[in-house]
Ligand binder design. Sequence first.
Ligand code: ATP
Ligand code: MG
Length: 345
Amino acid sequence: MHTKEDILKALEQVQDPEIHKSIVELGMVKNLEVIEDKVTFTLNLTTIKCTLKQSMAKNAEEILKKIGIKSVVINFAEMTQKEKEAIGMGGPHVLPKGEIKNIIAIGSGKGGVGKSTVVTNLAIALVKQGQKVGVLDADVLGPNIPVMFNTNQHPVGDDKYIIPIEKYGVKIISIGVLTQGTNEPIVWRGPMISNAIQQLYTMTKWGELDFLLIDLPPGTSDAMLTVGQSLPLNYGLVVTMPAKVSTDDATRFYKTFEKLEVPVMGIIENMSFFKAPDTGTVYPIFGEGGGTIMAKNMNAPLLAQIPIDQKVSSCGNEQAPVVIADPTSFAAEHFMKLAKEIIQK
Ligand SMILES: Nc1ncnc2c1ncn2[C@@H]1O[C@H](COP(=O)(O)OP(=O)(O)OP(=O)(O)O)[C@@H](O)[C@H]1O
Ligand SMILES: [Mg+2]
């Protein structure tokens, strides 16, 4: 004859693989019933979407069978916010959204695939289509947004708020506009990066916005986790190049968005091909099809395939972004189409 105490003692051997503590200690065993050699209980999870719940349940079942239990029934439930907080899994506080309608974070697995370029041209393309747009540069260690927007304005503010600078109709805030002129490297640890991003977001007087685009640094970084967990994101966008090395990293990055429960709006393939302006011949400089394959594998839309264009790369070299400098160009058309698609979504 087993008592509840016997069962709990046995279940102490089962650990939550992420928190590394016993499920009993974490208070995850609820509604325990023992009737002769039959045991029923509820496994109270930190998230019902926990991908490891089946393996925890299997582990528990095996342990109970070893002590002579014949039948084990385990139900799943999710902890209340209070219960999560009690074991330090309350999650970071999600900041308020204010008057911003849509917040979209743009990231990639690899560096240099064109996130900042996409953010800049997409923001301006959205403005051209009548939207109120802001850009938050979350790449606090390597802020490129001021250069991309070809600006050296300083924001004004008081001890409470920063008024974002405005260029081409876009409201912009970046560590780069706050530290301008110094060009000193910023050497910060994770918590400082997280604080800086949260402060840039909360202290900026954004006013009413249809879209706030967030330019992420490459890969899964402290910045990305902060943005994904503590900013009230509506969507993520993943930028990739067509080559397999880039799509592999982008796929990993995509999955991080999923883990953070940020819905991914779609994939943007950048530097997809080069179309010779004289002959019109198309050259797939960085390979072909990566974005299409990735979109299929992830079951997400491929929102754009942006060509390689010298007019795009001139942006950041004291020239206006292509959607301003050459609005009828092939590349600018692609950015305008992308903006249209995003507005529709
Ligand atoms: N479609 C394009 N055609 C030509 N050049 C491009 C295109 N997209 C981006 N570039 C150029 O590629 C370089 C990298 O782009 P960008 O800085 O936007 O990438 P990133 O992903 O933001 O990089 P990081 O990971 O360092 O933040 C820049 O010099 C940019 O001008
Ligand atoms: Mg960048």
